[in-house]
Write a protein that binds this ligand. Structure first.
Ligand code: ANZ
Ligand code: ZN
Length: 841
């Protein structure tokens, strides 16, 4: 049987790579280093198709880098703490640790079946104390450096489950499990001072030119730097003031009201002895408080009856409202409302019948009354504004700021959207925060020689809440400072902390400290990081922050952890719906001509849209049975073909079958090597060398689908070519070029072709990437148009760079031209070398 048997080959080469330690990265290597990293998986149970696509891309790059002479670090590990393990514990009565470690074992075996070039000696799991113990040490370092602090902060409290809920567990204001209305509770929690780094994190984006623009923009918006004026309105009839922040001080004469947040001290004070105000404030708190929720809510206000005196005209008194669209934790928790030039303010003003005064005009009109329901937010000239009239918005803003500063009622300020990172989680399955609370000494860091603070194994999930809180002995310790009875912190760290430094631990994992800075210096930054765009903001921002924080305290000298970033698209699949509207999985349906039916009862099925694979729509494909059927190489090839890697990839049976057929075609080609004699075949040689150059460029640019297309073309050309020495070379080249993508087949071919003995260690994984011959990359023939009296009459192909008289002679000798010209003697012959001959009679 001439067929390629992937299952035997996969197992054979995977065992061989493991045995030879082929992909173990050598810290001491003198080769240029390359660090290729895919976002490490959460051990949810099984490898899904998105993982396969993600890791295949990274693997192709890693293998290509090896073949081009790099020492490659391509590690794998497990982002192993988190909620699903605790949910499994509650639902199935299994221990989160057991559940997680079982999943890791399953998924590790699955990844190994895909033949990824991973250095498994560096595998880590964040749920093991030999990882999180070092994280605790780093937390203490940051605490000592003043980058960690504790403050009261609100959490979502589920009164039935008696537990704190993450924002995503609150659905329509109710606990996702209990369905009970969620309450806000204040708890003392730990925060990391990411806001200290806001400027750096923003400026640093400018250097990340190998990151997608959209990700940089998302980070920029998240950091949210706003420059403006913070200024004070006097409150009429009192000595108090209301301070507001505005990015548009130029519009100050357009203000028609002042609004404060529901938890603003002024609102609280009024609510204290006004029942209507109190009711309004209570109502505001029911709505969502995120900026996005506030944005979409109906604008509501409560007129306090108080008036604010305009700082530039004491005759103007503006009503002061409590409003639901003003956030307490942004700026100063109060705004001046300028309805003509801010949409929210306009909605509000129309609802409450407030003045709408135009102060910026795009043309020269200067109507004082603003019509319509769309605010004008563009630039223009200032009108209706006293001393500002005629200025452009920038000059007017500066003039107001200067006046405010000199008269002492305001100052230029910068406001950030970014907030400090609250890392306390009231959960069991996470890194214990290494703090001891002492009644006398307050919170005290656990001495480093007592690390790791290990999670107790003997916990139960039968009652809701944090098992660490009710453990009989774990939290009872002596204070490290005074020796008195004290209590351990029972909160654990946000799992985003775990993923904020794992790439450092991959680079270097000594037993006694988090990493060796010298080795980290050699590997970092990660040259290419690949993962889902869902991590474009938080994970990447936290990892950037953590790296900068460690750099600031002198532990490392790299500031940006990821030099290159790539966000891959999703794998999608058709969805299917039964007659009753329920979703059906692809293996419950079959196609009948143009129709689809349900296999068990033949009832009609409606095929739905192609969507991201998800359990809820049952349109998932488990990749492992497919690997078992077609082999790893066909699956890998399919993951790279067709769709550009940043786009979605629609999974299809036809696609995987096509990949399988191509693997078999490659195998037949390889079998045909060695039939040629000494002949050369220049067009094929050119094709080969152009493919070598093109595929290398494509892989470097992560344009895998383009590389695949070129490899198809090369295979076609080889199939069509007659036996020759060139053809054998082309097959040799093709095997090397496909090796990063279909490594098992390539190793098998390498051994069969007898090449294995000639090169380093006998593996194609260690073979050299072919080098394109520049002479074969140039197009050395020119197609020349021949015109008679300006009309195209013939074309000819000549070697490039021929002399004019030779070109003319060749043209005049063409049969068709002889027929046109006949006996006449041309008046003139114009020759443009390599392009054109025009004969004038
Ligand atoms: C007057 C004004 C006139 C404004 C105008 C805008 C346009 P960014 O760019 O996001 O920083 N604002 C200030 N504090 C707020 C708070 N706590 N809650 C809700 N809104 C607040 O937005 C700055 C603008 O958002 C500020 O500038 C303020 O409205 C509003 F034609 O002041 B502006
Ligand atoms: Zn103490």
């Amino acid at each position: 049987d001439q067929r390629f048997n992937p299952l035997a080959a996969d197992a054979r080469w995977q065992a061989r790579w493991e045995q030879d330690a082929t992909f173990v990265a050598d810290d001491a290597s003198a080769k240029p280093k390359s660090y290729i990293l895919e976002m490490f998986p959460y051990p949810s149970g099984r490898i899904h198709i998105g993982h396969v696509r993600n890791y295949t891309m990274g693997d192709v790059l890693a293998r290509y880098k090896r073949m081009t002479g790099h020492e490659v670090l391509h590690p794998m590990g497990w982002d192993a703490f988190g909620m699903p393990a605790e949910n499994a514990a509650m639902e199935k009565g299994v221990h989160p640790g057991g559940w997680t470690r079982d999943n890791i074992a399953t998924m590790r075996a699955q990844l190994k079946k895909l033949g990824f070039a991973i250095d498994w000696t560096r595998e880590l799991a964040t749920c093991e104390s030999d990882y999180y113990g070092h994280e605790q040490a780093l937390f203490l370092d940051l605490l000592e450096a003043g980058l960690v602090y504790r403050k009261e902060s609100a959490v979502n409290w589920d009164p039935v489950d008696m537990t704190v809920l993450a924002n995503e567990q609150v659905i329509d204001g109710k606990g996702w499990r209990s369905g009970a209305p969620v309450e806000k509770r204040k708890l003392s929690q730990w925060f990391l001072k990411i806001t200290d780094f806001a400027d750096e994190l923003l400026d640093g984006l400018g250097d990340l030119d190998k990151w997608p623009d959209k990700v940089r923009l998302m980070q920029e918006n998240w950091i949210g730097k706003s420059e403006g004026l913070t200024f004070r309105f006097a409150v009429a009839g009192s000595s108090g003031t209301v301070e507001v922040f505005s990015t548009r001080p130029d519009t100050i004469f357009g203000a028609s009201f002042v609004a404060v947040a529901a938890d603003h001290p002024l609102a609280q004070r009024i609510a204290a002895d006004n029942a209507d105000a109190a009711a309004f404030v209570a109502r505001c708190k029911q709505g969502g408080t995120t900026a996005a929720e506030v944005e979409t809510q109906e604008k509501l206000g409560f007129d306090t009856g108080l008036k604010a005196i305009h700082p530039l005209d004491a005759n103007i008194a503006l009503p002061i409202y409590i409003a639901n669209f003003v956030l307490m934790d942004y700026g100063s928790g109060a705004v001046m409302g300028v309805p003509a030039h801010d949409q929210r303010d306009l909605d509000f003003a129309r609802k409450y019948g407030l003045d709408v005064r135009q102060v910026v005009t795009p043309d020269d009109s200067a109507d004082a009354v603003f019509e319509g329901d769309t605010a004008f937010t563009g630039e223009g000239r200032i009108v209706n504004s006293g001393f500002l009239d005629g200025m452009d918005v920038t000059a007017a803003g500066a003039a107001v700021t200067a006046r405010a500063t000199s008269e002492n009622w305001g100052e230029a300020t910068t406001t950030w959207r970014l907030r400090d990172w609250g890392v306390s989680r009231q959960r069991y399955w996470g890194t214990p925060i290494p703090i001891i609370h002492c009644a006398t000494c307050g919170p005290v860091g656990v001495p480093k020689d007592q690390l790791p603070v290990v999670l107790p194994e003997d916990v139960d999930f039968k009652t809701p809440g944090n098992p660490l809180d009710r453990h009989p002995s774990w939290s009872q310790v002596d204070c490290p400072k005074c020796g008195g009875a004290a209590r351990r912190e029972t909160d654990t760290l946000d799992t985003f902390v775990d993923s904020s430094w794992y790439f450092l631990r991959f680079a270097s994992q000594p037993k006694d400290r988090p990493f060796d800075p010298e080795i980290v210096r050699q590997w970092l930054p990660v040259d290419q990081y690949i993962g889902g765009v869902e991590h474009a903001i938080l994970h990447l921002l936290y990892a950037r922050f953590w790296t900068r924080a460690l750099a600031r305290i002198g532990m490392i000298d790299v500031k940006e952890p990821f030099a290159g970033l790539f966000t891959q698209g999703m794998v999608t699949h058709e969805t299917y719906k039964a007659g009753d509207g329920s979703w059906l999985s692809p293996n419950e349906v079959k196609r009948d001509g143009a129709d689809w039916t349900r296999i068990i009862d033949g009832t009609p099925v409606t095929p739905g849209r192609v969507e991201k694979m998800s359990k809820s729509k049952k349109n998932t494909i488990d990749p492992l049975p497919i690997v078992d059927q077609y082999g790893a190489d066909a699956v890998r090839w399919f993951m790279l073909s067709d769709s550009p890697p940043e786009r979605d990839l629609p999974w299809s049976e036809a696609g995987i079958e096509g990949a399988w057929r191509f693997v078999q075609r490659l195998w037949r080609l390889i079998g045909s090597v060695g039939k040629g004699g000494g002949e050369t075949d220049k067009p094929l040689a050119q094709k080969l060398h152009r493919t070598i150059a093109g595929v290398g460029d494509d892989i470097s640019a992560l344009a895998f689908n383009k590389a695949v297309a070129k490899l198809y073309e090369l295979a076609n050309a080889i199939e069509k070519a007659k036996p020759s020495a060139t053809r054998d070379d082309a097959i040799d080249g093709l095997v090397r070029l496909v090796a990063p993508m279909v490594p098992h087949l390539a190793e098998e071919a390498w051994a069969q072709m007898g090449r294995a003995n000639n090169e380093d260690r006998g593996l194609i994984a260690d073979a050299a990437w072919p080098v394109a011959d520049p002479a074969l990359l140039v197009d050395d023939e020119a197609t020349i148009a021949i015109q008679v009296m300006g009309k195209l009459r013939d074309t000819m192909t000549l070697p490039k760079g021929m002399a004019k008289d030779e070109i003319e002679a060749a043209a005049m000798a063409r049969e068709k031209i002889v027929a046109y010209v006949g006996d006449s003697v041309p008046k003139k012959v114009i020759v443009v070398p390599d392009r054109l001959v025009n004969i004038v009679l």
